[in-house]
Design a protein around this ligand. Structure first.
Ligand code: NAD
Length: 239
C-alpha cells in the first residue's frame, strides 16, 4: 500500500524493536521518516527524548530533513526498569517518568507547534502497554505500568486540546512483543514458553504486528479516531 505517500514522519525509539518496525512499515507505505533514538544508527538523529531542549532542536532539524512539518509522529521510545517498589530509588522512578511520559509530551508538543505553524495536519501515536491495565507480570514494573497508564490519559487530553488544530492523538497498548526490551527480561526458552501460555493467539507479537496498526492509526483510514487506546496483544487482556 502507498497510503503514506506524502507523509513526513518522526519515529522515536527508532533504533530498536517496535520503533524500528514502525520506521520500516511507514517507509514501505511511502512515508519520509526521520528516526530519533539515544542509540546511534543509520538515519537516526541521536536525541534523549527526556531532554526538553534537545527535543526542541531535534524537531526543528527533522522538519528541515523532511522538507516540511511532520504529519506523523510515533513515540515509541521507552524504558522498562524492573525494580520492586521497596528497592526503587527516587532517581530511577523519576527517570522512568522522564523518558516514558515527559519524553512523549515534549516530542508531541514540538511536533504540534511545528505543524500548527505550517498549517498542516498531524497524527500522533503514543505508546501505552497492557501493563497499564494489569500488573500481574512476573516482573516488578510498577513505575513502568504507572507511566503507561499516564499515557492513555495523556492521549485523551491531547486529543481534546489539539483537535481544533487538525491533530489526532491515539495510543497503542501492545501486549508481549518480541523485541530487545522483552528479551532483556524473558530471555530463556522456558520464559518464552511461559509467556506464550498467557496469550490466546499462542505466540508473542512481532514488531510488525504493532507497526501495521501504528501505520493504520496515522493514516487517513483512521480519520475519525482520536483519544483512543488500541490494544494489540493477541488476546492477552481477555484472560
Ligand atoms: P526497545 O527497548 O527494543 O526499544 C526502545 C528504544 O527506545 C531503544 O532503541 C532505546 O534506545 C530508545 N530509548 C530509550 N530511552 C530513550 C531516550 N531517553 N531517548 C531516546 N530514545 C530512547 O523497546 P520496544 O519493545 O521496541 O518498545 C517500544 C515501545 O513499546 C516502548 O514505549 C515500550 O514501553 C512499548 N511496549 C513494548 C512492549 C513489548 O512487549 N516489547 C509491550 C508494551 C509496550
Amino acid at each position: 500500500t502507498s497510503r503514506h505517500a506524502g507523509s513526513r514522519a518522526i519515529v522515536t525509539g527508532a533504533a530498536s524493536g517496535i520503533g524500528a518496525a514502525c520506521v520500516a512499515q511507514l517507509r514501505a507505505e511511502g512515508a519520509e521518516v526521520v528516526g530519533f533514538d539515544m542509540q546511534p544508527g543509520e538515519g537516526i538523529t541521536v536525541v534523549d527524548v527526556a531532554d526538553e531542549t534537545a527535543v526542541i532542536r531535534a524537531v526543528v532539524e527533522a522538519e528541515r530533513q523532511l522538507g516540511g512539518a511532520p504529519t506523523v509522529l510515533v513515540c515509541a521510545a521507552g524504558i522498562y526498569p524492573c525494580v520492586p517498589l521497596l528497592e526503587m530509588t527516587g532517581a530511577a522512578w523519576h527517570q522512568t517518568f522522564a523518558v516514558n511520559v515527559s519524553g512523549s509530551m515534549f516530542c508531541a508538543r514540538e511536533a504540534v507547534i511545528t505543524a500548527k505553524r505550517a498549517g498542516t495536519d498531524l497524527s500522533i501515536v503514543l505508546f501505552s502497554s497492557v501493563g497499564a491495565y494489569r500488573s500481574d507480570w512476573s516482573e516488578p514494573s510498577a513505575a513502568y505500568c504507572a507511566t503507561k497508564a499516564a499515557i492513555t490519559s495523556l492521549a485523551r487530553s491531547m486529543a481534546g486540546e489539539w483537535a481544533p488544530f487538525g491533530v489526532r492523538v491515539n495510543a497503542l497498548a501492545p501486549g508481549l512483543i518480541d523485541t530487545p526490551m522483552l528479551r532483556r527480561t524473558a530471555d530463556s526458552e522456558a520464559g518464552a514458553a511461559a509467556i506464550r501460555d498467557r496469550i490466546p493467539l499462542g505466540r508473542l507479537g512481532a514488531g510488525e504486528d504493532v507497526a501495521r496498526v501504528a501505520c493504520f492509526l496515522t493514516s487517513d483510514e483512521a480519520a475519525y479516531m482520536t483519544g483512543s487506546t488500541v490494544t494489540v496483544d493477541g488476546g492477552y487482556l481477555v484472560r
